[in-house]
Design a binder for this molecule. Structure first.
Ligand SMILES: NC(=O)C1=CN([C@@H]2O[C@H](COP(=O)(O)OP(=O)(O)OC[C@H]3O[C@@H](n4cnc5c(N)ncnc54)[C@H](OP(=O)(O)O)[C@@H]3O)[C@@H](O)[C@H]2O)[C@H](O)CC1
Ligand SMILES: [K+]
Length: 501
């Protein structure tokens, strides 16, 4: 299990640990952990390695100075770009500075051109960590811009400087942040490294607990998604089973001219194991889907919405007829997933929203940031500035499981529990992948999964399918949403094979 800690939680752990440790022990351990991570990235013959260390004015800078001393001791050619604190520094930072000055590391004063002209093996980013208060400006900003133009690997200490550790947003409206290839984060993992701009700036993340006793690390309400969270719902199938054993799902959508979306969702549902899949079209119901004749096409007005688990929204439109269909669906006692236009109609009608929140049956909402913004009455930028907060508020307000899509999808429960998903990649940034996700998640609900575990598994599988397709060369550019569907089936069956009871 990978818990994620907020800055406040990390500070509290630090305060609890410090009295039990010699002064400066945590910074020295962070320096050692930083050096170990750096050595793993350097060529075997360390003496040939040119390492640029950026040391900021705070304790993140202190970690960098300790790292510099260790790497110089290991024989690397270390250059330190030091940004002295405006006022008095912490004693442990002073000690780290002394150690670096006494080592073979060279303190340099390089401008952007000089930095750009040197063939560095590695840059270590110790400008700012969890103490960043405001956007990077002036010399700090231009150093970060210079580093981001280099080709070499960049190791961020604790987190990429310029990033908000809690939200993954870059600090400041026009802010900059280091683009690291690797991050070694201290004491505990941090949500901001895995969502919003976090994944693009943190690279591969590794955690060093700085040898703190596990008892010092309290339980958290935020975790990275993991198969173990939903594995108990993976079951091998019995011979003595039939289509009725695996539930009925109906995808409610498809207003005039928007029939592709519900079809995509329905195909995904079929290939994720639902026993029978209906497509209930708001208008223009086709006789059948020639590519997937297994799907049963109906006119929504004639379909008994109480007879199946429901996915409501793909291509549904927001016309009067669609609003009535949504109201009927919300009144059903069956499990329900609301996506796309269903979310837009809920945002525009407080009564429908209340009806949703009063539902007793399992309910999942799958908004992208703009849909979440409409539901919360804020802007998409405000949602992205605090994706975890937005998902938590929406889950609480709607009393439903919320899947806030985007880089590092955030899944929230009404009780405040949050999971950030780590699978997936930019190949998913194409039309229709949301419909595939809603069909997949709806299919798990139809097979009897609880809302929370269905959402965790669906988001995990959806991302994993994209990751597998990219390794096979089918992306990230040009992946079509429909291509995810067979890959999801493979990933699901493999997971059942290896994990199921
Ligand atoms: N958490 C732990 O147990 C340990 C953490 N370590 C490392 O320490 C940092 C946190 O250190 P902290 O000093 O609190 O914060 P930072 O180093 O991130 O930066 C704060 C200093 O930077 C100044 N500041 C902040 N924003 C800016 C800015 N945009 N431009 C210029 N200067 C800025 C700030 O000064 P103020 O002017 O705001 O007072 C601070 O001086 C953590 O991330 C770990 O790496 C320990 O080493 C190990 C234990
Ligand atoms: K940093």
């Amino acid at each position: 299990m990978n818990p994620l800690y907020s800055v406040a939680e990390i500070r509290a752990i630090e305060q609890r640990a410090a009295p039990q440790l010699p002064p400066g022990a945590l910074m020295q351990r962070a320096g050692q952990a930083g050096a170990n991570a750096a050595l793993d990235l350097l060529p075997f013959s360390t003496s040939k390695a040119r390492v640029l260390i950026l040391a900021g004015p705070g304790n993140n800078g202190g970690d960098a100075l300790e790292t510099a001393a260790h790497l110089a001791h290991a024989g690397a050619q270390v250059s330190v770009l030091h940004f002295a604190p405006a006022g008095a520094a912490a004693p442990e930072r002073e000690a780290a500075l002394q150690r670096a000055r006494l080592s073979d590391a060279r303190f340099v004063d390089l401008d952007g051109a000089a930095i750009g002209a040197t063939p560095w093996s590695l840059v270590v980013d110790g400008l700012f960590g969890i103490g960043l208060q405001r956007p990077l400006d002036g010399a700090l900003r231009s150093v970060v811009e210079t580093i981001n133009r280099l080709d070499c690997q960049v190791l961020a200490l604790d987190l990429p400087s310029g990033l908000d550790a809690d939200t993954g947003a870059i600090v400041g409206p026009d802010g900059v942040a280091v683009r690291a290839s690797h991050t070694i984060t201290f004491i505990g993992d941090k949500p901001g490294l895995h969502t919003c701009d976090g994944r693009d700036h943190a690279g591969l993340v590794d955690v060093s607990r700085l040898d703190l006793e596990p008892a010092l690390l309290p339980p958290t309400r935020t975790h990275m998604n993991a198969v173990e969270f939903f594995a108990r719902h993976l079951h091998k199938r019995s011979h003595n089973s039939h289509k009725g054993s695996f539930g009925d799902l109906a995808v409610l959508g498809g207003a005039h001219g928007m029939s592709g979306a519900p079809i995509l969702a329905a195909r995904a549902a079929l290939h994720s194991g639902a026993g029978r899949v209906f497509v209930a079209f708001a208008e223009d119901a086709p006789a059948y889907d020639s590519a997937q004749p297994e799907l049963m096409c109906r006119l929504a007005a004639d379909f008994d919405l109480d007879s199946a688990t429901l996915v409501v929204g793909p291509g549904l439109g927001t016309a009067r007829l669609s609003q009535e269909l949504l109201a009927r669906a919300l009144a059903s006692g069956r499990a329900l997933l609301a996506d796309a236009d269903a979310l837009n109609m809920l945002a525009a009608d407080a009564e429908l929203l209340q009806q949703l929140a009063r539902r007793g049956a399992p309910t999942v909402l799958t908004p992208h940031p703009l849909e979440a913004a409409r539901l919360l009455g804020v802007t998409a930028a405000e949602v992205q500035a605090d994706r975890i907060g937005a998902a938590r508020r929406l889950a609480e307000r709607c009393r439903a499981v919320v899947v806030l899509k985007g880089s590092g999808t955030v899944i929230a429960q009404p009780d405040g529990a949050v999971v950030i998903n780590g699978t997936g990649n930019p190949a998913l940034a194409t039309a229709g992948t949301g419909d595939v996700l809603s069909g997949l998640c709806g299919s798990l609900l139809a097979q009897g999964w609880p809302a929370w575990e269905a959402a965790l598994a669906a988001v995990w599988l959806h991302g994993m399918a994209a990751d597998v397709l990219v390794t096979e060369g089918s992306g990230p550019i040009g992946l079509a949403a429909g291509e995810l569907i067979p890959a999801i089936r493979v990933a699901l069956n493999r997971m059942v094979q290896y994990q199921a009871h």
